[in-house]
Ligand binder design. Structure first.
Ligand code: NAP
Length: 252
């Protein structure tokens, strides 16, 4: 998304070091964006993402930012630094997320709190900070990574489902708040995507999961990144408050 000044657009991808976040950084680098890559602790992976972006676009600016999205002070410092480094923010992708899956009887309150802190509070904090910048700019795109689990629920994922359903509620609410400022807010709801997050399953379990998916395969991070990049593009200028499943038909 370019504004009227035609300056190079800037995107912040939270959790950009690995998985869907990394593929998203690469999709934006390919589209000519400068990319701010956020990560929690895995600096090597974040550096690798930035290097892969540079390989795609040697002219672009690709920096890494360590920050826990659940920490209000850290998020404040992150957005201040991005303002200093880039002077603007055109697109925010709220991708950082964790799971602590278990049946509710076995879920400790602190595990529930950890998932809500990163997957829900983190999205709230980043949207609040980005919204402030984007309202002033009078343009912007916010894209939240929810989940098919936030739409349908899933046994053993009560905490995660609560956070991801909450993200959908926040997406629709903020779309209504910021529409008049030319800021769109949308979400994607990935299905079963092959990343570190889903690596715990063995090949047999993955094959079984594929059978419930009409397109008969697990998704790739690139499948999701392409839709995120679309939602940031001029072609999606009149879409806001929507949740786009990227799940091979799993949620039908
Ligand atoms: P992943 O491979 O486990 O990567 C998680 C990313 O989030 C990493 O970059 C990690 O940074 C970062 N992160 C975690 N906690 C953070 C925090 N507190 N602050 C900042 N960054 C943090 O996950 P993924 O599968 O790509 O998932 C990405 C998003 O898609 C998540 O929101 C997830 O819930 C959602 N999703 C995934 C699937 C799936 O099947 N994989 C399905 C639906 C939705 P470090 O590298 O520094 O640890």
């Amino acid at each position: 998304m370019k504004d009227t000044t035609n300056a190079t657009p800037v995107v912040l991808v939270t959790g950009g070091s690995r998985g869907i976040g990394r593929a998203t950084c690469l999709a934006f680098a390919k589209a000519g964006y400068d990319v701010a890559v956020n990560y929690a602790g895995n600096e090597k992976a974040a550096e690798e993402t930035a290097a892969a972006c540079r390989a795609l676009n040697p002219e672009g600016r690709f920096s890494i930012y360590r920050a826990d999205v659940a920490d209000a002070d850290a998020v404040d410092a992150l957005f201040k630094q991005i303002k200093t480094d880039y002077g603007r923010l055109d697109v925010l992708v709220n991708n950082a997320g964790i799971t602590r899956d278990n049946l509710i009887a076995l879920t400790k309150p602190e595990d529930f709190d950890a998932v809500i802190a990163t997957d829900l509070r983190g999205v709230f904090l980043c949207m609040k900070a980005a919204g402030r910048m984007m309202m002033r700019q009078r343009h912007g795109r916010i894209i939240n990574v929810s989940s098919v689990v936030g739409l349908r629920g899933n046994a053993g994922q009560v905490s995660y489902a609560a956070a991801k359903a909450g993200v959908i509620g926040m997406t629709k609410s903020l779309a209504k708040e910021l529409g008049r400022r030319n800021v769109t807010v949308n979400a994607v709801a990935p299905g079963f995507i092959q990343t570190d997050m889903t690596d715990a399953l063995d090949d047999k379990q993955k094959a079984a999961a594929s059978q419930d998916i009409p397109l008969n395969r697990l998704g790739t991070p690139e499948d999701v990144a392409g839709v995120i990049a679309f939602l940031a593009s001029d072609a999606a200028a009149y879409i806001t408050g929507q949740v786009i499943p990227v799940d091979g038909g799993m949620a039908i």
